[in-house]
Ligand binder design. Sequence first.
Ligand SMILES: Cc1cc2nc3c(=O)[nH]c(=O)nc-3n(C[C@H](O)[C@H](O)[C@H](O)COP(=O)(O)O)c2cc1C
Length: 364
Amino acid sequence: MTNHPHLFSPFRVGPLTLPNRFVMAPMTRGRAGADAVPTEAMARYYGLRADAGLLITEATAISPGGSGWLGAPGVYSEAQVGAWRKVTEAVHRKDGRIFLQLWHMGRVSHPDFLGGGLPVGPSAIAAKGDANTPRGKRSYVTPHPLTVAEIRAIVDDYATAAKNARAAGFDGVELHAANGYLIDQFLRDGANRRTDDYGGSPTKRARFLLEVTQAVAAAWSADRVGVRLSPTGNFNDMQDSDPSATFHHATRELDRLGLAYLHVTEPLPGHMMHVPLPPVAPAMRQAFHGPFVLNGGYDAAKADAAIAAGDADLIAFGVPFLANPDLVARYRTGAELNAPDFATLYTPGEKGYLDYPVLAAAKG
Ligand SMILES: Cc1cc2nc3c(=O)[nH]c(=O)nc-3n(C[C@H](O)[C@H](O)[C@H](O)COP(=O)(O)O)c2cc1C
């Protein structure tokens, strides 16, 4: 026994008591069916991981216009909501808790997903790189810069998506404000050159994030809403001239809202997604007084050390959970981990999805 909090100590998030500090990080897996409807396989996949303190689903489109990833699910149609209900039931049957990650891809969608229409963004700045469309790789295009009326309509779409998530039986929602998707595109000045109330200073660039967060909190309850940020990440061609100022401001404002948690992904040195910039997460931890989740390159020892040091309350594990449905049991017993198969991260079908072995003692 230790007096410090550790990976296996319980923790309260809003109205929920998590039995441990393991969060399953959101991970796109590309296994949804036609019309972005979740499948039975997805219910099994999440159900297998229900002993995590909290599961966060793969990023899920809030609207057809926010979509742009092959096999990613949505949460804007009745069929999708009905199918998500089977996922939440599978997790709740095993006494788990699950949040839905709400996603609008913004400029990194592609006309192939949008009936030929342009993707949208804060400014007419194309990301460098390629979208993976049904016709293969296609360069990102210059997005249509959103008008204020169009921004308001997207804020409403987020609120509707949160209501749909609630109707589908989720325990809460996480706003995907990380990794270069629409909200992050507004936050960082590499993608946002607006000169109206939504661009310019850190305050103005955070406006869209805060409007979405407040709308979603009003549609459900602030303590059912988490926010994910990636202050130094460069995925999807993102950059910012002053990450510390941008994310310190956003964090201080989010802190006022009484959210379920703040989730910061800032991969540790040595991680494939690590960016050699001064870390911003420690200052965000100081500025945010609610539950704080860290992610990026953690194993059991690093997670325990971060929790004991007070750097985080909860640790989100991505790839380790993908390859080990029974990650909690494996870390508890010190068992070896399955190696991830990177070839099947996003491929359709059950291979690399439902066939990772679980320990004999954890079966059933
Ligand atoms: C296959 C895969 C899919 C991912 N999809 C998402 C996603 O949908 N939303 C998100 O916020 N992050 C996504 N990520 C990032 C992970 O949540 C996480 O930040 C990353 O894997 C680093 O954590 P780890 O070292 O514990 O794996 C994805 C990562 C992987 C490997």
